[in-house]
Ligand binder design. Structure first.
Ligand SMILES: Cc1cc2nc3c(=O)[nH]c(=O)nc-3n(C[C@H](O)[C@H](O)[C@H](O)COP(=O)(O)OP(=O)(O)OC[C@H]3O[C@@H](n4cnc5c(N)ncnc54)[C@H](O)[C@@H]3O)c2cc1C
Length: 429
């Protein structure tokens, strides 16, 4: 029997296994999506997909901040994401070679308490027993969109991380592509289409038509938590605007980064909802920036008329022969316009409400009261030590309701190290 069973082998699960190994604990890591040691973000094979964080900040280890740079990347470079995947894969290989970690290439279907520990059932019928359970399952795939009901999945690609041959097919047919969403996932999709030689038109559409901003050099500033208004979204917003006007908005946004968990926790539910409704669209595009090279490429595609970014909504999608007839209402236009597209990609983001999860393990654990849905539906409830219940911890985007900024490597690596400490303390006491 291993000490810990970890579900999910993306960044969170892989680093949990590696950190536990360092503390003398053993783990079985269960990965059902074929992305062992890579996860959703780093399993891309596309060279054009770059990290959106400079190498200097991308070490997988909290206590070795220069580790990714030491692996051969210039500190200020935005490396290819597949290179980060290879780096993460090597860390997992080392943990496996040391004999402390084994991998089950399976989907975890259910978990039940057995004494003080856990028994996890896999999709091949095996049972994995361990003293502790770590849930590292990342974001949930998007829910089906009502507007696309009845449209075949090869024409309406609902999960951009499982797009099959859709990119290749539209690139070879030369048809136009509609991308719903204008955030980081849209950026990935445009780069994939571009790299595949797609020559048609791409329309990227979201309510506000806001795209991620680009990284650029700025003079960083240090802000103490006492200087930041807590508990009130409007006050925080005014503070951000004042600081942005006084210097650089990048410096103002990034200065909040060390305090993001404290700021989020200082909001009551109403303020958190206010932030998500009004501030999030601005926050996302300014906080999660893209590599300058990526921004230049997008700018070139827009300049050449191949990419159009539209603020508006899709009102109707219908199959029309080999294509899709799509009615779009541009923001403020008050009337619909008809368009034809060969394919539509849903890049609006992962599932927003955990109550709708179709993951069998999470579904069963929620239904059996072993973990609880976060009050805003964003992932599951955890305490300050990332415990979701007795003997079960959660990592990464699964904990975003409680921590909010827990999607990027610099945030998750700290959480992973803390959880490994907590598990070691519990299992060794
Ligand atoms: C496209 C993209 C680009 C990003 N770029 C950057 C970047 O440049 N810099 C940065 O700091 N951050 C970046 N991030 C954010 C961040 O690094 C990731 O969100 C982070 O890696 C999350 O890792 P995770 O392991 O928690 O989740 P995931 O990577 O999603 O891994 C979860 C894994 O769990 C598996 N799983 C789920 N359910 C089950 C089950 N029931 N049984 C078995 N297995 C299961 C899935 O198959 C999956 O492989 C990016 C994110 C994305 C999506």
């Amino acid at each position: 029997m291993r000490d810990v069973v970890i579900v999910g082998a993306g960044f969170s699960g892989t680093m949990a296994a590696a950190e536990l190994t360092r503390r003398g604990l053993s783990a079985t890591i269960v990965e059902g999506g074929g992305r062992i040691g890579r996860g959703t973000a780093y399993s891309t094979t596309e060279a054009a997909h770059l990290l959106n964080v400079p190498a200097a900040k991308m070490s997988a280890w909290r206590d070795a901040p220069g580790d990714f740079v030491a692996a051969g990347h210039a500190p200020d470079a935005f490396a290819e994401r597949r290179q980060f995947g290879a780096y993460l894969g090597r860390i997992l290989d080392q943990a496996v070679a040391a004999g402390a970690v084994d991998i089950a290439p399976n989907r975890a279907l259910s978990a039940r308490r057995e004494g003080e520990g856990w028994a996890v059932t896999l999709d091949d019928g095996r049972l994995i027993e361990a003293a502790a359970l770590v849930l590292a399952q990342g974001n949930q795939p998007p829910a089906p969109m009502a507007v696309a009901a009845g449209i075949p999945l090869e024409r309406f690609v609902n999960d951009p991380w499982r797009s099959g041959d859709a990119v290749k097919q539209v690139a070879s047919s030369g048809g136009d592509a509609l991308i719903l969403g204008t955030g980081l996932t849209m950026v990935d999709m445009v780069l994939s289409l571009d790299a595949a030689g797609h020559g048609g038109r791409i329309v990227a559409l979201s309510r506000r038509g806001q795209m991620p901003r680009a990284h650029a050099a700025y003079e960083p500033v240090v802000v103490e938590i006492e200087e930041v208004p807590l508990g009130n979204v409007l006050a925080l917003w005014r503070w951000l605007r004042r600081r942005s006007r006084a210097g650089s908005w990048r410096a103002a946004v990034d200065a909040l980064r060390p305090h993001s968990h404290a700021i989020w926790r200082s909001f009551d539910v109403g303020e958190q909802q206010r932030f998500l409704r009004h501030a999030r669209p601005w926050w996302d595009v300014h906080r999660h920036r893209i590599a300058p090279r990526v921004a230049e490429r997008l700018g070139a595609l827009i300049g050449a008329g191949r990419l159009e970014v539209v603020a508006g909504r899709v009102r109707r999608i219908e199959q029309a022969g080999d294509e899709l007839a799509v009615e779009i209402e541009r923001r403020g236009a008050g009337k619909r316009e008809g368009n034809q597209f060969a394919v539509v990609f849903n890049c609006t983001g992962p599932l927003g409400n955990m109550a709708q999860t179709r993951d069998p393990l999470l579904r069963q654990m929620i239904d059996d009261g072993l973990v609880a849905i976060h009050r805003l539906g964003m992932g599951i409830e955890v305490d300050a030590a990332s415990r979701a219940g007795p003997g079960v911890w959660a990592l990464g985007p699964l904990t975003k309701g409680v921590l909010w900024e827990i999607v990027a490597v610099p945030d998750i690596r700290g959480q992973v190290a803390d959880v490994a400490d907590d598990i070691a303390k519990e299992l060794k006491s």
